[in-house]
Design a protein around this ligand. Structure first.
Ligand SMILES: Cc1cc2nc3c(=O)[nH]c(=O)nc-3n(C[C@H](O)[C@H](O)[C@H](O)COP(=O)(O)OP(=O)(O)OC[C@H]3O[C@@H](n4cnc5c(N)ncnc54)[C@H](O)[C@@H]3O)c2cc1C
Length: 386
């Protein structure tokens, strides 16, 4: 081994990136490798609990953690990754106060840049729909909800008041369902404080492309979830999808239009442009990796994991984009990077998933975990416990 420690560069500080850094800190001595992580923010976000920020059932500080505290031996650079040059092994990052790009050379690279909400081909969505992925998105949405309630309270025109009190969520997967459940709880409880709104109905609509919500779960649990949400006053439009938006309306594929002020979309999901533009092998747009999570044609140098990678389980099934998988992928990648640095055993990704859990708002959830199917209050307790 040469005298200089190897340079390990991790791009992305979400579940996949932060957990890779943490495992590498355990596996490698400081003299063996220097670990650097680049992320837009200097904090890590526990995304599964983001929807709870909307209702305030969980405080802001409870869903974030400083990356420097989580990975004390990793150099964190809070910048934007601008370019990845796989051939010359160089990553370019955005300028800071000084207007110049920085270039970082690496020996080993981890690409863990997650995914984004992509409104491409959906006219008006970029300007009029709100994505829901980041802490900033959650805070903007909560403030927006308070603003529309204030406006609805002073609005004399009943039709405009109805518009202000109509909330549409595109996407009936976990995040869409959880966002709507929390939003509905929040509006219902806060509305009581407004003298002119407390008896005014509000309308919450989920638009889902498939014939049921929660495609990630078995049908009986999804049907249970639909029943609970409908009992709580949430409309579910199935077999339709958002096509476009104006500042006043959500326009669906079927031609139906919903007059609303609030439109949140959790779909469709795409890779960050920097990953889309990367010149390497992909599957359905995601970075193609082998069982050791090495990028195809760049084995031993580059690893890709988390939501931006196309990974297969032992059974050959595509790994879903979840936090529980990203954490296990990080272990596999860290073992293999440590082996590349100093030799030793290599690992293959073998995790098949513990199950799925989804909150339906206060006091109700659905869970399919360790072979058990749970719904209602017990599932909610389990969700909160985890
Ligand atoms: C609302 C919501 C609810 C969810 N609920 C659950 C759940 O209940 N259970 C579950 O298992 N999973 C859930 N997920 C999915 C889970 O959060 C993701 O699968 C997981 O976060 C993926 O981890 P990742 O590291 O690949 O990506 P991310 O966690 O998205 O991290 C990517 C990181 O890269 C950074 N980044 C991206 N591009 C750049 C760039 N160019 N320069 C610098 N930094 C960049 C981002 O800022 C981010 O910090 C949920 C997701 C959302 C949005």
């Amino acid at each position: 081994m040469s005298g200089d420690p190897k340079q390990i560069l991790i791009l992305g500080g979400g579940f996949a990136g932060v957990y890779t850094a943490r495992y590498l800190e355990k596996l490698l001595r400081p003299g063996e490798a220097s670990i650097t992580l680049i992320n837009r923010e200097n904090y890590w976000v526990y995304q599964p609990m983001l929807p709870d920020i909307i209702s305030g059932s969980i405080g802001l500080t409870n869903v974030v953690s400083p990356i420097r505290r989580l990975c004390p031996r990793t150099n964190l650079i809070m910048r934007e990754v601008r370019d990845i040059n796989l051939k010359d092994q160089i990553v370019t990052i955005s300028p800071g106060f000084r207007p110049r790009h920085l270039q970082l050379k690496y020996d080993y690279l981890v690409i863990a840049l997650g995914s984004i909400t992509n409104f491409h081909g959906m006219p008006g969505m970029m300007e009029n729909a709100m994505p829901f992925r980041t802490l900033a998105d959650a805070m903007v949405l909560r403030n927006h909800l308070i603003h529309v309630l204030e406006e609805a309270d002073v609005e004399g025109n009943p039709e405009l008041r109805r518009q202000l009190l109509t909330f549409v969520v595109g996407g009936g997967g976990f995040s869409g369902v959880e966002v709507m459940a929390e939003l509905n709880d929040f509006v219902r409880s806060v509305k009581k404080n407004y003298l002119r709104l407390r008896d005014e109905p509000h309308r919450c609509v989920i638009v889902q492309a498939g014939d049921r919500i929660l495609p990630e779960m078995s049908e009986p649990l999804a049907v249970f979830a639909q029943r609970i949400l409908r009992q709580r006053g949430i409309e579910i439009i199935l077999n339709d999808r958002l096509k476009a938006a104006t500042s006043e309306r959500a326009i669906l594929q079927s031609g139906a239009e919903i007059f609303r002020k609030t439109l949140i979309s959790t779909v469709p999901s795409a890779l960050p442009p920097i990953v889309q533009n990367l010149d390497c092998r992909k599957e359905r747009g995601k970075l193609l990796v082998n069982r050791g999570l090495e990028l195809k044609d760049h084995e031993g140098k580059v690893w890709a994991l988390g939501d931006c990678a196309a990974i297969k389980t032992m059974a050959g099934v595509t790994v879903p984009p979840t936090a529980q998988h990203a954490i296990r992928e990080a272990t596999t990648a860290a073992i293999n990077i440590a082996a590349a640095v100093r030799g030793g055993r290599r690992a293959k990704f073998e995790f098949e998933g513990l199950g799925t859990l989804g909150s339906l708002g206060h006091g109700a959830a659905v869970a399919q975990i360790f072979g058990l199917k749970l719904s209602g209050f017990h599932a909610w307790l389990l969700w909160r416990g985890i």
